[in-house]
Design a protein around this ligand. Sequence first.
Ligand code: NAI
Ligand code: MG
Length: 490
Amino acid sequence: MATTTARPAARPTIRQSRLMINNEWVDASDGGTFDTLNPATGDVLAKVAHATAKDVDAAVRTARKALETGVWSRMDAADRGRLMFKLADRIEQHATELAALESVNSGKTIRDSRGDVEGVVNTLRYYAGWADKIEGKTVPVRGNFLSYTLRQPVGVVGQIIPWNFPLLMLAWKWGPALACGNTIVMKTAEQTPLSAMRVAELAVEVGIPPGVINLLAGLGETTGQAMVVHPGIDKIAFTGHVDTARLIQKNAAPTLKRMTFELGGKSPNVVFGDADLDNAVEGAFHAIYFHCGQCCTAGSRLFVERKVHKEFVQRLAAEAKKRRIGDPMDEDTEQGPQVSQEQLDKILGYVASGQKQGAKLIVGGQRVGERGFFVSPTIFDDVRDDMEIAQDEIFGPVVGVLPFDSMDEVVERANSTYYGLAAGVWTQDVNKAHTFAKRVKAGTVWVNCYHVVDTTTPFGGFKLSGQGRENGEAALDHYTETKTVTVKLG
Ligand code: NAI
Ligand code: MG
């Protein structure tokens, strides 16, 4: 594999590693901490406060108080929007620092981190614009009555986010929650708590009132679990693994919280023989290897029409061999490390499984270097639908190539998964493009492109890929309760 020698971006200072409750930075109630690492080296970056159930309770109380006093929800909606615009501006001013922090803690390349920070700013601005445009309806009813609806905040929302897009997931969850007047208790992923802490500091600086945003760090089975069972939390918004979502749903049942889930996938990316192959190769490459395959929408099942299949695999493999792997802080690096030893082991386990079940390893499949958690871009050919590598979310740079012959066949096979987050199709025939888009079971379909996600368009999954939608106007439904008011006239 090629490695880079470019000059690295400046290392960030780690200013904050505690919990933010009521706009104050505090240690965990029992003084506990956990280590957060630099995945490029495996070195400890910081000891981070590990929120206990007592800390969760304190955060929920302050969020509840902020909700009930109306300091946020009853503020003029336009002023709420203005504060969100201010937060977006402040984040934009700190983009360089935030991107560096994101890369050091998550392993994301510095270029990708810059893109993510831009996405954060766009998302907060988009939802800032919504704050004073969330309207109810007047509804015609039988009899001499006036009925109308009010859209009010759900309440205190618990938000549990993953490590693959730490800042972007924060923005996707804060944006609609804040615009609709909710108050927040967020838990970051244990692998990547640092960038969110810096953003929370900026939120205090721009004047978000105390209690509106509370930021916790900690493990899922402790801090996350305490949030899920807490009766003072009205809703959980979660992004992560489907098995975690199942556990959350079960543990939240006694309090019947509202739930939204975004749960990854095993997305089919379908290349028809008539596609512009240069674009399709580049697109299929990006679809799987973007952010080391640690992407919920990763195009991990690559269906290629049989007549171009051999050539396509060769060209993809040639690209994979050129991939520049290295320090995510180097400007020229195209692929950084996986986030953790756990993910590295999981990926190598699937490589072994693919080989054992008879798929053909074309390139990659190995750890790169001895420090950090790097894996080479991996291609399996002659993959069958029933193999583990074709069914499970690997969340690494591993693509399985599956040849196909017809539209009906590929639609059926694309849909033969319990996931349904995203899909791609490459063709120059509009008929094929729209037929596939209509028939595939996925929340997002890309035609002759991949991973194009905008804050304005609804995002989420069919089937086990999730419940509800984030982004766009759609997210507002999940952060408001609808109230009907009926008035007797005359
Ligand atoms: P995870 O689902 O365990 O973690 C995601 C978040 O949930 C983290 O903040 C974690 O602390 C929290 N969490 C974990 N257990 C919890 C519990 N019992 N109650 C409340 N919160 C809990 O995912 P993990 O272990 O980091 O990664 C495992 C796999 O999950 C990955 O290999 C990948 O397949 C998938 N994943 C999918 C993501 C997506 O974007 N849809 C993001 C991250 C992981
Ligand atoms: Mg887990």
